[in-house]
Design a protein around this ligand. Structure first.
Ligand code: PEP
Length: 252
């Protein structure tokens, strides 16, 4: 079901104490005011998920992981399974982030398996897609994003797909301070909806939550979220300060 979401991706940041401070900082800032119709999702390192879900339950926000294993369980040293994540109370998982694609060689087929694994354990996948600068400059961005979506998602049936959230994250905008313009974001989000309609039908496409990510912050969120096909944001750097993050939540 389509809804407004602001999700924070902490990446590999914060010690335990710092994580605790940030979680309570977010909780306090949310108490001071937030829109009723925006779901807030905090995605800390997996190590802190149980702590995060405890705070989240009391303060009406949700939590998610940043990755999971494509395997169910067993001899996969260092990996974290969907069942483990779900058992902490987390509801979401970010999959296909460009940093996983670039540094850990994750490709659409593997990400597709992770999406299935997430769905099997009732976790909502936030599937990240987006082109690199070279691809945009060559005018291939639509083609690239269409392929990422088709390769990772087209095997899902309509019911499974209805649980998926998409995040369009142009790689050239992630952590660079260079945000996509509201027009560029809207254009790509509308295109993504068209691609989704071709796989799952118009109704399902219109019902999908599509987030924007890439240097979204308290100063530019309002303009980005004002677009009809932008249903919220996946926030990296600006999610590490409670006040900034909650300002973004209040940008609708
Ligand atoms: C991200 O990593 O998902 C992200 C959007 O990062 P940033 O907001 O820092 O660009």
């Amino acid at each position: 079901m389509k809804k407004k979401i602001v999700a924070g991706n902490w990446k590999m940041n914060k010690t335990f104490k710092e994580a605790e401070d940030l979680l309570f900082g977010i909780a306090d800032a949310l108490i001071s005011g937030r829109p009723d119709d925006v779901e807030v999702v905090v995605c800390p390192p997996a190590l802190y998920l149980e702590l995060a879900t405890d705070v989240a339950t009391e303060h009406d926000f949700s939590c998610g992981a940043q990755n999971l294993s494509e395997h169910e369980a067993g001899a996969y040293t260092g990996e974290i399974s969907a069942a483990m994540i779900r058992s902490t109370g987390a509801a979401y998982v970010i999959l296909g982030h460009s940093e996983r694609r670039t540094y850990y060689g994750e490709h659409d087929q593997l990400i597709g398996k992770k999406i299935l694994q997430a769905l099997r354990h009732e976790l909502i996948p936030i599937y990240c897609c987006g082109e690199v600068l070279e691809e945009r400059e060559a005018g291939r961005h639509f083609q690239v994003v269409e392929k990422q979506i088709s390769d990772a998602l087209s095997g899902l049936d309509a019911d499974a797909f209805s649980k998926v959230v998409i995040a369009y994250e142009p790689v050239w905008a992630i952590g660079t301070g260079r945000t996509a313009s509201p027009e560029q974001a809207q254009e790509m989000h509308a295109f993504i909806r068209k691609v989704l309609a071709s796989h799952f039908g118009e109704h399902a496409a219109n019902d999908t939550t599509i987030l924007y990510g890439g240097s979204c912050n308290a100063a530019n969120a309002r303009e980005l979220f004002a677009n009809p096909d932008v249903d919220g944001g996946l926030i990296g750097g600006a999610s590490l300060k409670a006040e900034d993050f909650v300002k973004i939540v209040n940008s609708f």
